[in-house]
Design a protein around this ligand. Structure first.
Ligand code: GSH
Length: 327
């Protein structure tokens, strides 16, 4: 009898929780757009947090929203930060698997907390759900604004426009009015079958649940492949939209992690999906917001080290030889 590590229902299917904090950064609202007012908590490894990092950079919000990066090991107690003293020291080499430091991870810049849970408890002492990233924190009203990436990225896309200097980044709209219907439609099945589909495959605790989800995942990858098969660089409307960002954060993790760790091995992106692979490489190599925010060491370390039920030895594989292929 397979053990159920607690994330799946009786039917063996993984169930993702519904995010609890759903306020917005908006003009004349409780959380108005202001340079330096908001802090973003992320893990480089997390695909949902990665969405927020990409859009922060695409929109030129680096000086507007500062960031704390948790350590990639998500163990008992949840996400933790590097201790302030260690953050200043030279980070340990990846092979040391240190709990105290990891290249790219930081202390909690706002409060010097040890665990991400402390941030949630500051906002709501009775909070009893999982302590997930990403999180947007309002330094002025001293509370958690939002912990749902699909909403955080919408705020980052448009809420700061009135405060941004004129230029390309201010103009960039990743959710343009005329494409919203198409973006929403694509987001829905990409979320269910691909973004969440890799988790539903990897966290399934019965053979039946695994097979159902992994087959659906590959059906939807086939669907993305078909969309991109006319040679286009972007999924919708001939330009970069949030649909590309949301799909990218799963696809870039696919060959290094999901293919092995989550048993999503009916194919790989580089060998079986030439058009998705071309689209992926173009985003990664030709747009710094994608490359700068993708940290393959953090990604591999997080998944292989954190899920003791799936990989009890915590050994992190060396391959694939190239995290992503060259152009
Ligand atoms: N719906 C959330 C999901 C975020 C999420 O599940 N993040 C994971 C990391 S990939 C997490 O922080 N998990 C911590 C935990 O489950 O304890 C979003 O999209 O923002």
């Amino acid at each position: 009898m397979a053990t159920n590590p607690g994330w799946a229902g009786k039917d063996g299917h993984f169930k993702r929780q519904v995010s609890a904090f759903r306020d917005h950064i908006e003009e004349n609202g409780e959380h108005p757009p202001e340079k330096g007012r908001y802090h973003l908590y992320v893990c480089y490894a997390c695909p949902w947090a990665h969405r927020a990092l990409i859009i922060r950079q695409l929109k030129g919000l680096e000086d507007y929203i500062d960031v704390s990066y948790v350590h990639p090991h998500m163990l008992e107690g949840g996400w933790h930060f590097v201790k302030p003293d260690n953050a200043k020291k030279q980070a340990a080499p990846v092979s040391e698997h240190s709990f105290d430091t990891f290249p790219g991870s930081t202390e909690d810049h706002l409060f010097g907390s040890e665990y991400m849970s402390e941030i949630y408890k500051k906002a709501d002492p009775n909070y009893s759900q999982r302590f997930t990233v990403p999180v947007v924190w309002d330094k002025k009203s001293n509370t958690l604004v939002n912990n749902e990436s699909s909403e955080i990225i919408r705020d980052f896309n448009s809420a700061f426009n009135s405060t941004l200097p004129d230029g390309e980044k201010k103009e960039l709209d990743l959710y343009p009015e005329d494409l919203r219907k198409e973006i929403d439609e694509l987001n829905t099945w990409v979320y269910d079958d691909i973004n969440n589909g890799v988790y539903k495959s990897g966290f399934a605790t019965t053979q039946e649940a695994y097979e159902k989800n992994v087959v659906q995942l590959f059906k939807s990858l086939d669907r993305v492949e078909k969309i991109l098969s006319d040679g286009r660089d972007y999924l919708i409307g001939g330009k970069l939209t949030e649909a590309d960002v949301r799909t990218y954060t799963t696809i870039v993790r696919f060959d290094p992690v999901y293919h092995g760790h989550f048993k999503c091995n009916l194919g790989s992106i580089r060998h079986d999906y030439p058009h998705i692979n071309r689209w992926l490489k173009n985003l990664y190599w030709n747009n710094p917001a994608f490359k700068d925010t993708t940290d393959f060491d953090q990604i591999k370390e997080h998944y292989y080290y954190s899920h003791g039920n799936i990989n009890p030895t915590r050994v992190v594989p060396l391959g694939p030889k190239e995290d992503i292929e060259p152009l």
